[in-house]
Write a protein that binds this ligand. Sequence first.
Ligand SMILES: *Cc1c(COP(=O)(O)O)cnc(C)c1O
Length: 497
Amino acid sequence: MFYNSTRNSTVKVSSAEAITQGISADGGLFVPESIPTLSLDEIKAVGDMSYADRAAFVFSKYLTDFTDAEIHYCTDNAYSTKNFETESIAEIAHLFDGTYMLELWHGPTCAFKDMALQILPYFLTTSAKKINLDKKIVILVATSGDTGKAALEGFRDVEGTSIMVFYPEDGVSPMQKRQMKTQEGSNVGVCALKGNFDDCQNGVKAIFTDENVKKQLDEKGMMFSSANSINWGRLVPQIVYYVSSYAELVKDGEIEAGDKINIVVPTGNFGNILAAYYAKHMGVPVNKLICASNINNVLTDFINTGIYDRNRKFYATVSPSMDILISSNLERLLYLLTDRNDSLIKEWFGKLSAEGKYEVSDDIKVKISEEFFAGCCDDVQTKNTIHEIYEKYSYTCDTHTAVAVKVYEDYKKATGDTTKTVIASTASPYKFSEAVLEAVQDSKSELDEYDMIDKLAELSKMPVPSALADLRNKPERFNDVIDKAEQKEYVLKTLGI
Ligand SMILES: *Cc1c(COP(=O)(O)O)cnc(C)c1O
């Protein structure tokens, strides 16, 4: 299996090259040259495997340049109870008849990003070795909260890597700040920047592309890489849990092999739902892919009209991980829907960066509406949904997942469809305690972060994830705060250059 660039179909690299490069030199994203297919029997057989083996099976179709031993080294290290609080890794909870919550947040940082970021470091170091890049990999991350922590947990103490994370001093939640300041590991660094998220991001980009810095790193036997969500190594692990959950439902007798299901995904960068699209086209029987957004509803509009227009107001919502106006992974979907037409992709995404807007052709609009349904909801509706399902089903869900539940309810009303449905649950409710507690109790809480968690535990009767419970007593290790102008010096100094 080789990988092409969405902006140049003649680019042809191995998976190890795609993963170490992250993004193609032409600015395009790497896409496998074909989608491997699984028979129903193969999918059924997945149900009898451990999660690590399910993952290895799916990866063997995509990472064909990896040996079995290399794949198992990656999956066994990533998907064990050392890192996840449940044996099943991706737990399925029954919400109500025919509706299932795929809980993807039992990893170390309590959000679904762990499903990919626990394995990416192993993919990266294995890939680098395979292509004889005998260098220490230095990961630089700019974060507005969740990705930084998930990357830190993924890379901590992984041999041959080090990681440095920058966050805006006043731009993350108190809990997110605590999570990062107390980070453990011998190869990690965390630093606050006086500025906003864009300052962090621009600084990191400037350091990445600084030829002089690159040379200095090279001389010390190091190289930069990125844990960014456009890396194929972050997308492929997400396909696994859709194949896995289908197999699990068959095994549990909830569906017959061959029955179609709907999949609902609360969406930001379009990565998670694109993984569901891949699972469908590998052979998982899927009826509709339902794309759920908060009021930053650029994707809802796109799926319903074929016009992508980012020229709109940006809202800060109670589901912040979906506060996004540019959904990068949409580029991969459009590449596939246009039958890999790289010049059209270049044209549309050129327009997106120049004018913030593009419109796809009519045949593509038809294809999109055949595969997808899209909807959105605001913060009030999100909280009302949390309240309702807590009252009705004694189930507590986080704000992002609630957006998915609400849009699914709207879908059912609009279509009358009764197909059984899997909802991707992307974060632990404890991660967004303040909004969830307010929704459950129907009033704002005056408690501090930790007392809110205790209160939520009392009401939801769900165990507090140990990663969050332990935070209260952990010592802070990282208290550096720097000016934007100092960022490059800081990185070099920390690396001993
Ligand atoms: C990142 C994130 C999302 C959005 O996922 P995408 O792959 O960017 O669409 C949804 N919910 C949570 C909790 C997240 O952290």
